[in-house]
Design a binder for this molecule. Sequence first.
Ligand code: ADP
Ligand code: MG
Length: 344
Amino acid sequence: PPTSAAPVIRQLPQSVVNKIAAGEVIERPASVVKELLENALDAGSTRIDVSLGQGGLDLIRVTDNGCGLSPEQMPLALASHATSKIHDADDLFHVATFGFRGEALASIAEVSHLRLRSRPHESEQACELEVIGGKSSPITPCGAAPGTMLEIRNLFFNTPVRRKFMRASQTEIGHCSEAFTRIALAHERVHFTLRHNEKTIFDLPPVADWRERIAALCGRDLERSLIPIASGDGDVHLQGYVCDPQQSRSNNRMQYLFLNGRHIRDRSLQHALGEAYRGLLLHGRFPIGFLRLQMPAEAVDVNVHPTKLEVRFQDSGRIYSLVLGTIRKKFLATDLTAKVRMNG
Ligand code: ADP
Ligand code: MG
């Protein structure tokens, strides 16, 4: 006969559920930076300022000039599974915003000291509220410009195991800066700034030309060797830049893929990019690329991965061929293959 007693099943308290969600979505300070930036963009901001302290471990502050939140909505913004972005299950199949799960702020609030200050544009008055480890203070009026500020201090203060895994401030700032770069790359019409320990790292005024944003983030040298590509296949559009094979990297980190304005990671498309450069790069070198794909929201499932980094295409073969074919054709048209052979 079985020796252990029959189990007693309990519904977990909400705070434990939030902590589990935080473990999945908030891996390190850079994850907070990403979530807060995406919220600011979803709020329609045209200017977003990020300020970090000690690699984001001590402080992450994101200030935007977006739509803002009314005081009645502020506690809801921090509740789990509370979102203004989708309403029913049907909406899941054509998500147009970055967020939709309504878990980011609840998760962050569970593992940090969070301050939310917000003022809707139509309001004279800002309000703020503080949450420490999921426990909220009353909402108090204060002065602030229209928009929203979220301030996260002492990330993982109540999850010592996670805190212990954080690397030196320099490593964490590297990850934060990468998260910032991906988002700032995709939104060249938005003014972004990034400060670390009171020092400005990036000040990116809005630009109409994507090349200018790439230059501001990746340097003028790289911008000079960009090769524009553009093509379409029905309702799928590809636009962007690849790089002269003279410029390559020892890893694939300079391969930026954006799908409907969202940065994604996709091994198959990175493979297509690599294939396009076959014979043009030395072994172990990786091409540089900034590729934007635009397609109807119905043609792709973004609800696969909690951080939405990986997506599922309805017709991945067609997109692979589009990327590979477009770059190849461009190389042939500019006779780059011949030029490289001569130089090499
Ligand atoms: P999601 O983005 O998935 O909806 P979040 O937890 O990130 O979930 O945010 C919850 C809600 O809080 C959002 O749906 C939005 O209504 C509101 N919100 C969050 N950040 C901002 C912001 N910067 N400006 C205006 N509203 C915001
Ligand atoms: Mg969000």
